[in-house]
Design a protein around this ligand. Structure first.
Ligand code: ATP
Ligand code: MG
Length: 362
């Protein structure tokens, strides 16, 4: 048994069919609008943080690692916080950030980077599968629906073919179509014992950044996939068994369009909230208001005395006074976590929290 004989890329089928081209235009338009808007926001870091905290939560929920925003917040803001699920979700977010930095730094998305990303999510160095036994089962019946390729050498060969397809654009194919192909191929190679889904979902966004369809990692299909989980699994299988490339590509392209629209709406509301808060702070606490201070406050969902001390170059006492005044006015809510006091930017955090997963498909 060698598992499925997965063909190398590119796919033999004609991918740019009429329905695909029609949808492609819509998906590109929505994505370009998101990219354009994100470029104009003064504090991009906050937007990326807001989006990635939700993505870490949603993507991990597909794997049944469920945590709340509040637990996740604690795991992110405090290194020693103990809650295994929240920790694992926080690692997903770390993997995203590190993957983004790698892609930006090297302008490449390599098989080794993908291996590194999976290792961060799973905190182990098992790497590429060496032993047989990994299969994909039907979630309800337990029936084996797919046995991915077996043998380290074969998997490595498929991964290097995938790497070439990702980085070499001489084929002139559309990058969004290629993203759909890459996701199918990666999940079908299924190079790891576990974490293939989560790693593959991170690869999607890194690919968009690599191809400059986005400047920052802010578009994630996880929420769309959770809502359409059955269709997602079926289509992955039917590309293989029935050559349903067109349906698969349309599925992904629609996900891009829908998600880009939702993310744009969220980006706008985050930005509006930051502007509103800044104006209120200037009004209520004019003595401490500076643009630099606002930037520090809106960098993350939380801040610490030491960050303000360092960022503004003020004495610790002053930093404490500022934060206490902001808390008194209701802008921040503090909590002692471990040895430190953490100040949460409450309104922004609540806004991001409110973007809960829409109801899963019926
Ligand atoms: N029939 C199939 N063919 C190819 N890939 C599939 C098929 N069914 C599911 N998959 C992929 O396998 C992934 C699950 O693999 P794995 O358990 O290694 O990843 P995970 O990150 O732990 O899980 P999850 O995706 O549930 O979060 C799914 O997300 C999907 O992308
Ligand atoms: Mg798994």
């Amino acid at each position: 048994m060698n598992g499925y004989k997965l063909p190398l890329l590119p796919p033999k089928a004609e991918l740019e069919t009429k329905p695909v081209l029609r949808q492609l235009a819509k998906s590109h338009r929505a994505l370009a609008e998101l990219k354009g808007y994100a470029a104009t926001i003064p504090n991009k870091h906050m937007l990326i943080n807001a989006v990635t905290i939700n993505e870490a939560k949603d993507s991990s929920a597909i794997e049944n690692i469920i945590t709340t925003h509040d637990e996740l917040y604690k795991a992110i803001s405090q290194a020693s916080y103990r809650n295994p699920a929240a920790k694992e979700v926080a690692r997903y977010r770390t993997a995203l950030w590190q993957g983004y930095e790698m892609v930006q730094g090297r302008q490449l998305l390599t098989a080794n980077m993908i291996i590194d990303i999976q290792a961060i999510i799973e905190i182990n160095r098992a790497g590429i599968r060496k032993l047989p036994g990994t299969v994909i089962q039907n979630e309800t019946t337990g029936e084996v629906v797919y046995t991915p390729p077996i043998g380290e050498q074969r998997i490595l060969k498929l991964m290097s073919n995938l790497e070439k397809y990702i980085n070499d654009d001489r084929d002139g194919a559309d990058p969004l179509i290629k993203m759909a192909v890459v996701h199918y191929q990666f999940e079908s190679i299924h190079p790891f014992y576990d974490g293939n889904g989560r790693t593959g979902r991170i690869v999607n966004v890194l690919y968009l950044v690599l191809k400059e369809l986005l400047d920052s990692p802010i578009l994630y299909l996880s929420r769309y996939i959770i809502r359409k989980k059955t269709e997602y699994y079926n289509l992955l299988q039917e590309v293989r068994t029935q050559g349903k490339w067109e349906e698969w590509i349309l599925f992904i392209l629609k996900g891009v369009e829908e998600t880009a629209e939702q993310t744009l709406a969220m980006a706008k509301s985050i930005n509006a909230e930051m502007e509103a808060m800044a104006a209120e702070i200037r009004d209520k606490l004019p003595k401490m208001y500076t643009r630099d201070f606002m930037e520090l406050l809106f960098f993350e969902f939380y801040t610490k005395i030491a960050y303000i001390e360092k960022g503004l170059g003020v004495a610790r006492r002053t930093a404490v006074t500022y934060l206490e005044a902001l808390e008194k006015e209701g802008f921040l809510v503090s909590e002692k976590l471990g040895k430190e006091r953490i100040y949460q930017n409450k309104r922004l955090f609540d806004l991001v929290k409110a973007q809960e997963i829409l109801k899963a498909e019926g």
